[in-house]
Design a protein around this ligand. Structure first.
Ligand code: SAH
Ligand code: SF4
Ligand code: F3S
Length: 459
């Protein structure tokens, strides 16, 4: 695996845990995965190597998520299993970081006193120092309310990338929106943008390290640059950033997530269309198709406005594939509200959707709203929505049969060693006959289609 070194960070430390083994378990979104890569990078700076499993590990880090309730349960299940291992091997170090640690601080230590370190989303660059502290002085909790410096954002740390040719690049951290269902602003803090020159420098370093695909990460990428207040220059905005990253030699695919429907504008769509490396892929989270529910969610758009923006994107970017996030069972959602979601989904014809049953998160505005929906009702709506989306995804994939597309190999397929798994520019998974190394670009003819993948032959 690849370690990208930012010299100052590497030189700050003499390795102290040479040959020890670390294991990182990641429960959350792409930002959480990116944080895990950075913390793995720090472990490697300290001389550690990846462990195959818990039995083999000296240090286990759980990087938590708290977006929905089942994420909480998963942490405590994992910690229960780790306790048995630690009873056998008291030298095992257990670290809990990420969003749930940020939110529940003392609760984690109280429920699982065998944990050595609990730390939050703003302290991840401190993971080695905290581990040292725990070994010297015993269990430690460190949760900062805010990121002390933008230079501590994960992307300015070394990284251990899971896929050598593909990298995440943080452009903003935090979120200034207040969607009433969402815990993210509480755990990730206020929005901070990285300076454009730092982002471009990082992308150049990645390209030099063999990366050909980057995904720019932020909770609301359209608000990139608003807080920078750079003097003497026009304020950098997301559209400019896309164009500048698009100029970096060696980067053939640029993706980003997520734009917010209320903020995405024609300048970004034009930058997507005019920058050759930016992929024909847009993830635009709808959340609900009911104007009333969207208002209660404080999303800042109507279903009509959402559809207008989606159609504008499709008209501006030829061959665009779209995806979305949808929540069913938000407090007060009636059958008629839900029908409107089905109608918008039918009209939007997304290539794919991530669909969720609403999960009340203590501390958010929606958690205490009247009209909480019964689990059974929400599950039944969820089943109807997923079957509609499956049908649409299949129809869109079937329409690709016979066409030839560029794909980027991710190496041998896990199910069939005679095939590779690859991705189209539109971010669709294609299983292609024959073997090609991970990172290879090739063209494939699409022969068969399923709702969530395609099958192809190299041409
Ligand atoms: N910043 C991103 C979303 C991050 S969370 C954006 O605004 O697009 C990813 C998705 O999780 C959200 O889009 C939403 O669909 C879902 N989600 C967030 N909070 C949730 C909750 N309390 N219950 C169910 N799903 C939720
Ligand atoms: Fe959560 Fe809304 Fe911010 Fe996305 S934009 S992270 S859904 S508050
Ligand atoms: Fe991501 Fe979960 Fe945190 S979705 S931002 S890891 S709460």
């Amino acid at each position: 695996m690849t370690t990208l070194g930012i010299p100052e960070v590497r030189e700050r430390r003499t390795p102290t845990r040479i040959g020890k083994r670390y294991l990182v378990r990641t429960f959350g979104c792409q930002m959480n995965e990116h944080d895990s890569e950075r913390m793995s990078g720090l472990f490697e700076v300290d001389g550690m190597v990846p462990a195959a499993d818990v039995a083999d590990a000296d240090v286990v880090l759980i990087n938590t998520c708290c977006i929905r309730e089942n994420a909480d349960n998963r942490l405590y299940g994992n910690l229960g299993q780790l306790k048995a291992v630690k009873d056998e091997r008291p030298d095992l170090r257990i670290l809990v970081g990420g969003c749930l640690a940020q939110k529940d601080r003392d609760l984690v230590m109280a429920k699982a006193p065998w944990v050595d370190v609990v730390f939050g989303t703003h302290n991840l660059h401190r993971v080695l120092t905290l581990l040292d502290h725990a070994e010297e002085w015993g269990p430690v909790t460190e949760i900062w309310e805010e990121t002390a410096s933008i230079d501590d954002v994960p992307s300015s740390l070394p990284s251990h990338r899971e896929v050598p040719h593909s990298a995440w690049v943080t452009i903003t951290i935090g979120c200034n929106n207040a969607c009433t269902f969402c815990i993210v602003p509480t755990v990730r803090g206020k929005e901070i943008s990285r300076r454009p020159a730092d982002i471009v420098r990082e992308v150049r370093a990645l390209a030099a390290d063999g990366v050909s695909e980057v995904t720019l990460l932020g909770q609301n990428v359209n608000s990139y640059g608003r807080d920078l207040g750079l003097e003497g220059s026009r304020r950098p905005i997301f559209a400019d950033l896309l164009r500048r990253v698009g100029e970096v030699e060696g980067i053939r695919r640029i993706r980003f997530t997520s734009p917010h429907p209320k903020d995405i504008r024609i300048d970004v769509l034009e930058a997507m269309a005019e920058t050759a490396a930016v992929c024909e892929q847009l993830h635009l989270p709808l959340q609900s198709g009911s104007a009333r529910v969207l208002r209660a969610m404080q999303r800042g758009y109507t279903p009509e406005r959402f559809l207008e923006k989606l159609r504008l994107a499709e008209a501006t970017i030829p061959g665009l594939a779209t995806s979305t996030d949808i929540i069913v069972g938000f407090p007060g959602e009636t059958e008629s509200d839900f029908q409107q979601t089905l109608d918008v989904v039918e009209e939007a014809r997304f290539d794919g959707a991530y669909m969720f049953i609403y999960s009340p998160r203590p501390g958010t505005a929606a958690a205490t709203m009247g009209g909480q929906i019964e689990r059974g009702v929400a599950s039944e709506r969820f089943a109807r929505l997923t079957s509609l989306q499956q049908r649409i995804s299949l129809e869109k994939n079937v329409a690709l049969i016979g066409s030839t597309v560029e794909v980027l190999s991710e190496g041998a397929s896990r199910k069939d060693a005679s095939m590779i798994t690859a991705r189209t520019r539109t971010n669709k998974v294609v299983h292609v006959a024959g073997i090609q190394p991970s990172g290879a670009f090739l063209h494939a003819r699409i022969d068969r289609a399923a709702p969530s993948h395609l099958m192809g032959t190299p041409v």
